[in-house]
Design a protein around this ligand. Structure first.
Ligand SMILES: [Zn+2]
Ligand SMILES: [Zn+2]
Length: 247
């Protein structure tokens, strides 16, 4: 409780600081001059590039070439539970810096820019949006959320759902167990680490629906795979996934 209040106060002061003392861009250090610039300057935002190379039609894994999208070796063998995953870019360079500022430095306000980047990159792909009934963010465990002050996937999902005029369902898929963050677990252990970590409450809300799951970073895919399994078991008709970046 106290840590949550402290977090709220710190977020408030961060906003106040940005409002009263417009300073320099946290990425390129140039002074923030344009009206509306907060934390990161316009030219850093505009330098975010979506990845234009080819990708796997199923798991969304980026290929090095620019040939037609196709299935990767893993998906030819066994498709993941979700019907498709699309990511905006590679988790590196400016995009990674942006995500780190947003997620770990408490600049919740950057969620707006990042959601806008997702909409610019993926907003027109009919294969993603056609028939989607609801947008669902990958949940954080309440303890982790209190510590961070917000759930980054929720911020992105909320803006995306509003812009695309889709329902937002947030209380259905929950993180039931607080496991070590996937980032500190070895890649091959991530599937095991996340097993049983998510649960579905009020399954009626997703029954028979096409769900678009939203997360920030896709690394091994273990988290979204587990969420997807829970949603399908609870009666969702189909799950698609979008993420800001893939590692
Ligand atoms: Zn900048
Ligand atoms: Zn694949």
């Amino acid at each position: 409780m106290i840590s949550s209040i402290r977090k709220k106060i710190s977020t408030f002061f961060k906003y106040a600081e940005l409002l009263l003392f417009p300073s320099s861009c946290k990425l390129c250090l140039k002074p923030l001059e344009a009206i509306g610039d907060r934390v990161v300057c316009r030219s850093c935002f505009e330098s975010l590039r979506h990845r234009s190379s080819s990708f796997c039609l199923s798991c969304g894994h980026f290929f090095q070439d620019s040939a037609e999208p196709r299935l990767c070796v893993q998906c030819l063998e066994k498709k993941p539970g979700y019907s498709l995953h699309r990511s905006c870019g590679q988790y590196m360079g400016k995009l990674k810096d942006f995500i780190l500022l947003f997620k770990y430095r408490g600049y919740k306000i950057l969620g707006k820019d990042l959601a806008r980047f997702m909409l610019q990159t993926l907003g027109k792909s009919e294969e993603i949006w056609w028939g989607v009934d609801a947008v669902v963010p990958v949940p954080l465990h309440p303890k982790r959320k209190r510590h961070r002050g917000f759930n980054q996937a929720f911020i992105l999902a909320k803006i995306i759902a509003r812009e695309k005029k889709k329902a937002l369902i947030t209380k259905c898929l929950v993180k039931a167990k607080n496991r070590p963050p996937q980032t500190v677990v070895e890649a091959q252990e991530r599937g095991k680490n996340i097993k049983g970590a998510f649960a579905v409450k009020k399954a009626g809300e997703i029954k028979g629906k096409v769900i678009l799951l939203v997360d920030d970073v896709f690394t091994t895919g273990a988290t979204v795979k587990e969420c997807c399994e829970m949603l399908l078991q609870a009666g969702a008709k189909e799950v698609r996934v979008i993420t800001l970046a893939q590692a």
